[in-house]
Design a protein around this ligand. Structure first.
Ligand SMILES: [Cu+2]
Length: 93
């Protein structure tokens, strides 16, 4: 019962969160040359996306040098010119 209450609280927090809320994920691949990163991510509310593994374009390719494959990360994603783009990424503490 306590678990259910906690899950409900998390769900409410997710649903009511603002746009481009930080998403937790893990880096599975980095393509520095193409400026792309593959992330196994949790739900992304502002993109109405469930958890999955997928490729994103990096808004700033230099940001891809701050993380490596296997890293747990916190990132923000948005649709930029029709492409799913990581606008912010950092190693999760
Ligand atoms: Cu996705």
């Amino acid at each position: 019962m306590r678990k259910l209450a906690a899950a409900t609280a998390i769900l409410i927090a997710l649903v009511t969160s603002a746009q481009a809320a930080p998403v937790h994920g893990q880096v599975t691949k980095i393509d520095q040359a193409q400026g792309k990163i593959t992330l196994k991510h949790g739900p992304i509310t502002n993109l109405e996306m469930d958890a999955m593994t997928m490729v994103f374009v990096a808004a700033d390719p230099a940001a891809l040098k701050t993380v490596k494959v296997g890293d747990k990360v916190k990132f923000e994603a948005d649709r930029v010119n029709g492409r799913l783009t990581v606008t912010k990424i950092e190693k999760a503490k």
